[in-house]
Design a protein around this ligand. Structure first.
Ligand SMILES: [Zn+2]
Length: 202
């Protein structure tokens, strides 16, 4: 009788407990496996633009710094530009490079670099240049000293790739004419890009 009780009650009970235990273990295993699956990394594809580096002649960089001019996006090359006219002391290539001919007048390096820097501003910022054309034409027409200074430009002998006389007058006027010869609004334009402009006339 006692043996029958074991067969019909205890053994089924053990079987049921065993089944339930194994189910829990299986479920536990499944959770662990799910947790172990690595979350797929989200890869954000950012287009890589190559970092452009610029060459700075240390001597020219020192002058630019003393003038408060930002040359971080300019090459400063202390050598003549390819095909540079013998008359040109310096050239801005219209993109990102200023060449200074070592055969320049050493006393006016600051003025020469400022002149080429104005061309860089004209080219990259497109600020004010066109709106000043009528003023620059009047200035040129009424200033004999400026006309003499511009002789090389007006006959194009110092210009590569053609010459826009207004843009040259703008660069020369900003860097070579004192405030007394200029209109206040034009002085303001020059000073915005040449913070040490007054030092060019000392
Ligand atoms: Zn020029």
């Amino acid at each position: 009788m006692k043996r029958l009780l074991i067969i019909f009650t205890v053994l089924p009970l053990i079987a049921v407990i065993g089944y339930l235990t194994s189910a829990v273990v299986v479920e536990y295993d499944r959770q662990v496996k799910l947790e172990q699956i690595p979350v797929k990394a989200v890869v954000q594809v950012v287009p890589v633009t190559p970092v452009k580096t610029y060459r700075h002649d240390p001597e020219l960089a020192t002058v630019m710094t003393s003038l408060g001019l930002d040359y971080s996006k300019l090459n400063l090359i202390y050598a003549p530009a390819p095909n540079q006219s013998a008359l040109a002391q310096a050239i801005y290539d219209g993109v990102d490079t200023i060449y200074l001919n070592p055969d320049h007048d050493a006393t006016i390096v600051n003025r020469i670099l400022s002149h080429e820097y104005i061309h860089h501003i004209q080219n990259t910022r497109r600020l004010g240049a066109t709106s000043f054309y009528p003023y620059l034409e009047t200035l040129y027409g009424s200033n004999y000293q400026l006309q003499r200074r511009m002789t090389n430009y007006s006959n194009n002998s110092a210009c590569l790739n053609g010459c826009n006389l207004n843009l040259e007058v703008q660069a020369v006027a900003c860097t070579e004419l004192p405030d007394s010869q200029l209109d206040p609004s034009f002085i303001k334009w020059c000073n915005a890009f040449l913070p040490k402009r007054a030092s060019l006339f000392n």
